[in-house]
Design a protein around this ligand. Structure first.
Ligand code: AMP
Ligand code: ZN
Length: 113
């Protein structure tokens, strides 16, 4: 499958991996939008949030738990951080394998762009 994140997960394309286990891989975003910008990606290929099945509920919860733990490790948990999942082009999704952005290390404004 011609999927960038599947290739990072398989090791065919390099990335700065900061955490991985049997369910998820987390690595530095190549074009960081904050001092800390990590991507938490499930090993399972799911193209968009619209493709989520009920069987994926635990996986999404696990991605959030991973983000929480990484935020703590990165020392951004107390100041605050943002989790973003873009769904489809209109929301800015460019890689069609679901992922959580974990952004922190600077003040965030609202609403997002
Ligand atoms: P999205 O626009 O929500 O689909 O997010 C895709 C993210 O993947 C963007 O923030 C990109 O900077 C990031 N990205 C693209 N290619 C790579 C890569 N080879 N390694 C790490 N991050 C990447
Ligand atoms: Zn994929």
């Amino acid at each position: 499958m011609d999927c960038l994140f599947c290739k990072i997960i398989s090791g065919d394309i390099p990335a700065k991996v900061i955490f991985q286990d049997d369910l998820v891989v987390a690595f530095d975003d190549i074009n960081p939008q904050a001092p800390q910008h990590k991507l938490i990606v499930p090993r399972k290929h799911i193209a968009t949030l619209n493709d989520l099945q009920e069987e994926d509920n635990n996986l999404i919860g696990y991605m959030a738990q991973t983000a929480k733990q990484l935020a703590k490790n990165l020392n951004i948990a107390e100041d605050g951080y943002r989790i973003v999942m873009n769904c489809n082009a209109g929301a800015g999704q460019t890689v069609f394998h679901i992922h959580m952005h974990l952004l922190g290390g600077r003040h965030m404004t609202w609403p997002p762009g």
